[in-house]
Write a protein that binds this ligand. Sequence first.
Ligand code: BJW
Ligand code: ZN
Length: 246
Amino acid sequence: MIEEAAKLIAHSHFLIAFTGAGISAESGIPTFRDKGGLWEKYRVEEVATPEAFKRDPQFVWEFYKMRMKTMREAKPNKAHLALAELERMGLLKAVITQNIDNLHREAGNKNVIELHGNIYRVKCTNCSYREYRENLLESGRLEELLKEDLPKCPKCGSLLRPDVVWFGEPLPQEAIQKAFKLAERADVCLVIGTSGQVFPAAYIPYIVKENGGYVIEINIKESGITPIADVFLKGRAGEVMELLLA
Ligand code: BJW
Ligand code: ZN
């Protein structure tokens, strides 16, 4: 199985990766739907919808501040690093991620498409004001944000919110369009650590298949994608990726 996957990757012309929370589990970041995952402790409707933020912005901010702290401590693991290596080798053309943790960039991948936003970005709920990752991470502004109960827009005084995609919100248009185009072009797609339950992101492997590409999945258990996977590699992302590149 692993040999088959390694062969598909080595002979690919346009390899892409599609990743979810499971790829960052070995970096110590909890997933959503697994045992011990975030949705066991929090109700989606209370932390990850625009209605929740309107109702109780402070509670939602507490949730994201807690996750900012976890993510800031986390380091890329062997799976992230393997994807960066594949990009450096010229094999991997893009990483399409549902994660907001920034770990693919920290691992060294340059072409990263973030479908659900980034934890190191905030935007105003009223005007066009945004703060970007580079600024938040390098200026000490993140520390400032973490101390505030309800971060406010310096331009208009309205509430700032995390620049992530909640249920019922559209994905950033440029990102999803780019991702769908890459999926059409891909002849091999590595799907790593996603339950494949959240759309439109989960269409990506289907688009690859429809266009004649192969899907290789790495997951500790079967997912919504497994029925269309050509190769299913059961195991932890870091361990399987290390074997794949060996
Ligand atoms: C390991 C491992 C290890 C563990 N190694 N593996 C079509 C059909 C049905 C419903 C819909 C549809 N289209 C839209 C919808 C509605 C909705 C949706 O998908 N609902 C479904 C749940 C039914 N989608 C939306 O609302 C989206 N927006 C939208 O469609 O807008 C339309 C619109 C247009 C115009 C105007 C207005 C609206 C938005 C979805 C946003 C999702 N947001 C979140 C939060 C992001 C910010 C944050 O992080 O807080 O995104 S929810 C959460 O789920 C997060 C994730 O990115 C996403 C996916 O989760 P993921 O990554 O798959 O994690 P898990 O936990 O589910 O799985 C982990 C996997 O790893 C498991 O399989 C493990 O086994 C595995 N694993 N350890 C390898 N070590
Ligand atoms: Zn504003």
